[in-house]
Design a protein around this ligand. Structure first.
Ligand code: ADP
Length: 316
């Protein structure tokens, strides 16, 4: 278990982390989110022992990181956004180097064999890291993080720059690691949190503004009432008609004609299903609806909603 209690970090007068507390249980995968400057990196760097705290405690498996830094660091695996890979080494040489650095007490060959199997890089173990694809490089970074079987693994933006297939593979890998390890994932991608995390902690201006199960986050996201409608009809008239309908808060159109259709972004009251209303109104005018899709909520929308409180409850 990872326990953070009343953690504070000041840089001069700046309160970067302002009295945050949370716990993460064994086998949980938790997303750690927040806008730029929220205090994510500062918190991560304190948890991983790279940075001291102004006050508060961090314990990993019951051990205090400030009192027993070496023992705690042994229990933490960290994959920074830019993994510290030595690209002129082969995969095995690099992992062997990381093994020595961590002062691991396992049988090296056996342990590295297991680690490479886990992240599926055994077949490239003799390749130079610089010749690997970005997805494979990321796997090597993950392998480095899990050497020594840390109880607790921290991933910082692990899928940035990967292609869609690699993203799915890395997410599955992280999900799998979450079964045995405690995982914190820092990301700005909402769908990544939804795909991987059991829980999400959101930090804003150094304070925790939400600590929710992902299912509850999905409820908030599900309330997003932005839809994209494509209509074959006169742009201005359609725009005015849509704006006049019940439950519709705002409508925008880029005015670009594709074939004989224009697209409209409709923001509506989440309590009203406006799809039928739109369909009927367009049909009565003889303007065919050529497409209708719900738009995924942006992380920023979710921040705003969560900061305001789920179900309107005020959150601190
Ligand atoms: P995030 O990772 O969420 O973007 P950070 O933890 O990097 O946020 O930063 C939190 C706040 O602390 C920001 O306002 C940032 O400008 C400030 N900050 C971070 N590092 C330092 C530093 N070394 N000196 C002064 N201020 C800092």
């Amino acid at each position: 278990m990872v326990e953070i209690k009343n953690l504070v970090k000041n840089y001069g007068n700046k309160n970067a982390v302002d009295d945050i507390s949370f716990t993460i249980k064994e086998g949980e995968v938790v997303g750690f989110l927040g806008p730029n400057g929220a205090g994510k990196s500062t918190t991560m760097n304190i948890i991983t022992g790279y940075l001291s705290a102004t006050s508060g405690t961090v314990t990993v498996g019951g051990k205090d990181i400030f009192k027993e830094p070496l023992a705690v660091k042994r229990q933490i695996g960290f994959l920074p956004e830019q993994p510290p890979l030595y690209i002129d080494m082969t995969v095995y040489e690099y992992l062997s180097f990381a093994f020595e650095l961590k002062g691991c007490e396992f049988n090296k060959k056996e342990h590295l064999g297991e680690v490479m199997e886990k992240v599926k890089i055994t077949d490239v173990k003799d390749r130079l890291i610089k010749n690997l694809s970005k997805g494979y490089k990321q796997r090597v970074g993950i392998a480095q993080a899990i050497i020594g079987n840390p109880k607790f693994i921290i991933f910082d933006e692990p899928t940035v720059g990967l292609d869609p297939v690699q993203i799915i593979e890395i997410r599955n890998l992280i999900r799998g690691l979450g079964k045995k390890h405690t995982v914190i994932l820092s990301t700005h991608i909402l769908s990544e949190v939804q795909a991987i995390c059991d829980r999400v902690i959101i930090i804003n201006e150094g304070k925790i503004v939400a600590n929710e199960k992902t299912a509850d986050l999905n409820r908030v996201v599900g309330q997003s009432a932005k839809i994209k409608v494509k209509v074959a009809g006169p742009n201005k008239e359609v725009l005015n008609l849509l704006k006049s309908l019940q439950g519709i808060l705002s409508v925008t159109s880029d005015g670009i004609k594709e074939g004989d259709t224009y697209s409209y972004i409709v923001d509506s009251n989440p309590a009203i299903d406006v799809r039928k209303i739109i369909f009927n109104a367009l049909a009565s005018k003889g303007w065919p609806m050529m497409g209708l899709e719900s738009l995924e909520a942006e992380l920023e929308d979710v921040f705003v909603k969560l900061i305001q409180g789920i179900d309107g409850k005020e959150k601190r």
